[in-house]
Design a protein around this ligand. Structure first.
Ligand SMILES: [Zn+2]
Length: 412
């Protein structure tokens, strides 16, 4: 293996900064929710970069975008690099964006050096990874990997009731390609760690060995509207109060398992009618729980289900789990994880094994194809926050490992 190939760090940084100018947030980060105008503008930019590099672009029926650098044996299953260009409402400039643009940088570097590969190399931008607009997160890799149908995805609604399918048409990114169903040789995803460990240890590359089993739930609370003034306390059925009790129960469960590094979060509350002067008749609470071990997660889930009736009784509301989803129970490909380790070893790059506590598209891809992930440091572990930041020098070793590992795999 030639160890002297290297990516163009300043070009990668410039590319990241172009992205950082599309859909800027008020505090220097990004607000580029999926299938919104800023997402369309970023997709247009990626399309322009694909055209400039001569990489044919295909788009599937859910807006997943794939750039391709043709190999000398184009019928072989390709090596795929992917992540996502959408962000949270108060998102950072790097997150999954780094993974997509590092993939683009790999293609550009191979072109600079005139290196042909046996297999084609593709770079994918997955639609709606974040789940900030449409639940659940990683929605389109879920469908790509055959775990949900495209029709089901298209019917998901955002908080304003807009259907995913209509939002996709609205930005003009519904493509003709089928969703998934094609063989790929290997999937690589580079992502910032979204935690503090690499930054604190001064280690540039995390080899992701697995994820935290994770559970999401939408909890519905039914009450009744009434006047906040004359309605006697004993008559009230305030859905807001029921939801608040559930939120406290979720938080308590997180604390009860905090020594295992498990977490439980009540993250979003929607109220109807959500007006001063009126008790709410309906509330919806989005929660998530994550734990290092599936047993712990199951114990936490059982504790929540056991707590719901008491919350309902005390608030005189009816509380039920309206929907639930899970991710994080999967395994990355041993061969690819070894390849990442060997590659870093040969390049003299220190690594650390890490388990991901956030969800990633690679989890779903891993169900149907060999997959792996590389983490790079993010400053102080700050993420899903506009202040998210990276250091280019600390990032390039991870991009180098990506380049060399993808190259090795593409010539396999
Ligand atoms: Zn991400």
């Amino acid at each position: 293996m030639a160890t002297n190939l290297s990516v163009n760090g300043s070009r990668l940084w410039d590319t990241l900064m172009v992205s950082a100018s599309i859909g800027t947030g008020p505090r220097g980060g990004l607000r580029r929710l999926t299938l919104t105008e800023p997402d369309r503008a970023m997709r247009d930019q990626l399309k322009a970069w694909a055209a400039e590099g001569g990489y044919p672009l295909t788009i599937d029926g859910l807006g997943n975008m794939v750039l391709r650098r043709e190999g000398s044996e184009p019928d072989l299953p390709p090596v795929v690099i992917g992540s996502h260009l959408d962000t949270q409402w108060a998102g950072g400039r790097f997150d999954g964006i780094l993974g997509v643009l590092a993939g683009l940088e790999v293609l550009r570097t191979l072109d600079d050096l005139g290196i042909a590969t046996r297999r084609s190399i593709e770079v994918v931008n997955w639609t709606n990874e974040e789940g900030a607009r449409f639940s659940p997160p990683m929605l389109c890799s879920l469908a790509w990997s055959g775990q949900a149908t495209p029709d089901w995805v298209e019917g998901r609604r955002d908080r304003d009731g807009v259907r995913f399918g209509d939002a996709l048409d609205g930005i003009g990114y519904r493509g003709p390609e089928p969703v998934g169903g094609r063989a790929i040789d290997a999937y690589f995803e580079l992502h910032i760690e979204q935690g503090p460990e690499l930054d604190a240890a001064g280690v540039p590359v995390g080899i992701v060995t697995g994820g935290f089993p994770s559970l999401g739930m939408r909890i519905a609370v039914e009450g009744a509207t009434a006047h906040t003034g004359p309605t006697p306390m004993r008559e009230r059925r305030n859905a807001l109060v029921g939801a608040a009790m559930v939120a406290v129960a979720v938080n308590d469960i997180g604390w009860a398992h905090a020594d295992t590094d498990a977490k439980a979060t009540a993250a979003r509350l929607d109220l109807v009618p959500n007006l001063p002067g009126t008790l709410s008749e309906y509330a919806e609470l989005f929660i998530d729980m994550r734990a290092p071990a599936l047993d712990t997660l199951n114990t936490m889930k059982a504790a929540l289900l056991a707590a719901l009736p008491a919350c309902g009784e005390r608030s005189r509301t009816e509380i039920r789990v309206a929907e639930e989803w899970g991710f994080g129970v999967f395994s990355f490909d041993d061969g690819l994880v070894e390849l990442l380790r060997d590659t870093a070893g040969r390049l003299g790059i220190p690594t650390m094994d890490l388990r991901s506590q956030a969800g990633h598209d690679a989890y779903h891809v891993a169900r149907v194809a060999p997959a792996c992930m590389i983490f790079t440091p993010c400053r102080e572990g700050i993420t899903h926050n506009e202040a998210e930041d990276i250091d280019l020098d600390a990032t390039l070793p991870g991009v180098s490992v990506l380049l060399h590992a993808v190259l090795a795999r593409a010539n396999r």
